[in-house]
Design a protein. Structure first.
Length: 163
């Protein structure tokens, strides 16, 4: 069979949808590539366009199934720069600590002493509004307002990427 007929048949069939339906959208192109490479090795033995169509569908289906099985039996684990698995509990804890330290450092820099004290008492130590108000000789409403303003200042800087 001519290589042009095999190539045009393979392209004309729109096989990517079949591969994506079986292997997933991210692996569909790999399944197509593997299938075409497998067909290419046998292209001289293909006698007709009908046979090329049949073999193309079968090759794409089998390749997509193989990729899906391989992904399930050998899942990939992506590592961050520190060598932690991106989905592991250790990675999540490390990221939480880094974010926590960044927020604390940011809040020390941008908040007044009073706002920082209220922020740490309430959001970090878990002290209630009433107890903070008594400790700092303030009304509960003043504590809530100061905490709200402190959070807003931190949030705005964090969104701007200043941390």
């Amino acid at each position: 069979m001519s290589t042009d007929i095999l190539t045009s048949t393979f392209q004309r069939l729109r096989l990517r949808g079949i591969a994506a339906g079986i292997a997933g959208d991210t692996d569909a192109d790999d399944a197509l590539h593997d299938a075409f490479c497998g067909l290419w090795a046998r292209h001289r033995n293909v006698e007709s366009s009908v046979e090329a169509v049949r073999l193309s569908y079968t090759a794409v289906r089998n390749s997509a199934i193989d990729l899906r099985r391989r992904a399930k039996s050998h899942p990939m684990v992506y590592l961050d720069e520190g060598g932690y698995a991106a989905e592991s509990p250790e990675y999540a804890e490390r990221e939480r600590r880094i974010t926590y330290q960044a927020v604390l450092e940011l809040s020390r820099r941008v908040l007044s002493e009073r706002q920082f004290e209220i922020f740490t008492l309430h959001d970090i130590e878990g002290v209630g509004y009433e107890e903070i108000a008594v400790r700092l000789s303030m009304s509960q409403e003043s504590v809530r307002m100061a905490l709200s303003r402190a959070r807003k200042a931190i949030r705005e800087l964090y969104r701007k990427g200043i941390y």
